[in-house]
Design a binder for this molecule. Structure first.
Ligand SMILES: [Zn+2]
Length: 143
């Protein structure tokens, strides 16, 4: 029953995500911990080990997401679905602030995800500042 993520699936997920965390947009090449291929809908909640349910996530986002699929939108207080990297486009739900250090949620899902996954963790903000100064941030969006 336990479906393992295959090496081929992992390769496709990393390539599809362009080596970036699909939530906080961190780049694996500037991370000290290896990224995880995570189940967007957790296996315990019926999520399958298929490419449509897999996403690349940094350790921080993966840890904060854990088995969550919903979180509170800080604006409305309502519980909403977290951002879904396969069914939704990052740029439709998030944007950067003026100096590209902070991710701003644009929609209920976007705002809930920024909070629940702590997408503006201090260490990420510090790294974004340095990488921006070096011309390495933000990562290019594929579309
Ligand atoms: Zn992340």
């Amino acid at each position: 029953m336990a479906e393992r993520i295959t090496a081929e699936q992992r390769r496709i997920v990393v390539e599809r995500a362009n080596g970036c965390c699909e939530y906080c947009r961190s780049q694996a090449r500037f991370a000290t911990q290896s990224f995880s291929v995570e189940h967007i809908t957790p296996k315990g909640r019926g999520g399958n080990t298929t490419l449509e349910n897999l996403a690349l996530a940094c350790q921080g986002c993966n840890n904060f997401k854990f088995i969550k699929t919903e979180a509170r939108d800080p604006l409305s207080g309502k519980s909403v679905s977290l951002y879904h990297p396969r069914n939704q486009k990052w740029r439709a739900h998030f944007s950067w602030n003026d100096d590209y250090t902070l991710i701003v949620g644009l929609t209920p899902s976007g705002r809930a995800t920024v909070e629940a996954l702590h997408l503006n963790r201090d260490e990420l903000v510090n790294l974004r500042q340095i990488l921006y100064a070096m011309g390495e941030h933000p990562p290019l969006e594929r579309e």
